[in-house]
Design a protein around this ligand. Sequence first.
Ligand SMILES: [Mg+2]
Length: 349
Amino acid sequence: MNLERGMIKKWAEFACRSAMSRHSLQMAPAHRRKRAGTHWSERALTLHAAFPRVDLEWTFQRYEGLRARLPQAAFERLPMQVDDLSAVFDHYDAFVLDAFGVLNIGETAIAGAVERVAQMRAAGKRVVVLTNGASYPREAALAKYARLGFDFTADEVVASRDLAAEALAGRGGLWAAITAPGASFDDLPARVEALEGDAALLHHADGFLFLGSEGWTPERQAALEGALRVRPRPVIVANPDIVAPREDGLTLEPGHFAHDLPGHSGPLAPAFYGKPFGGAFNAALARLGDVPRDRVAMVGDTLHTDVLGGRAAGLGTVLIAAHGLFRGLDPAAYIARSGIVPDVIATTT
Ligand SMILES: [Mg+2]
């Protein structure tokens, strides 16, 4: 059975009205949305001066434009709305937690998230972090979670960088990496050099590895697109996200740029590792032992990566509304427009 669009729309109208009466989440009127967008984009404008302004509406439309390339899923129920994840402990035996927008915003832990993870453990729940953050090796990612107060072990973290590393294993040649300046590649099982600082790699690298977009510019994107048109080569994308929420705005991420590269219909189409694609969920489930998929909740802040991908993988889904992509806005209208319906909407982690 698939939910009818009309039914989702009716639910969304009702959800928006009740949200306004509760004053907890507001359906922003157009003028407020515009102002919020301007605020959200400040950091993005600093990092990516000539790229389009990014706000929720822009991001939503970008994901919708890419729907044919994303996993497909059918949705059967309207969402249940709760205050936080403790309200659905009875429904699930394990939680797969997105990082950005669920555990942290940039370098800051979300209030109450450390305590909620401890509460999950005390209730006997299994936890795994499933993140599309790929700029840094596993050790650095674990150190960051520890700095924020979390106690995740190496076994409890699945990063899309590790999935891309598996894809690199056994492939020869020289790979040019697009990533934050000064990043290390010691954890990757291939010959990898930073593209930054060696433009000649555009021509003689055997493949490209897109890890992070910090410092990426329209000129560098155009140069990569040009080089791939002259000589098509494999591109491994270790972060399929379009944007990421930081303390003061949304930044454009590798998925956005990779979807613009040439070759999507051919044999050298960019290969995406991470949510919403199935391999990421399989890797997370492998860490959970034999918990049935419908007793596992994918918890995330985006409809097109966490909820769509989680549902396509057969998991339950929880959308966190208050911190990530939907911060300050009611997701109901976006749920109705996309037809991507989480099982649960939780205000906070
Ligand atoms: Mg997220």
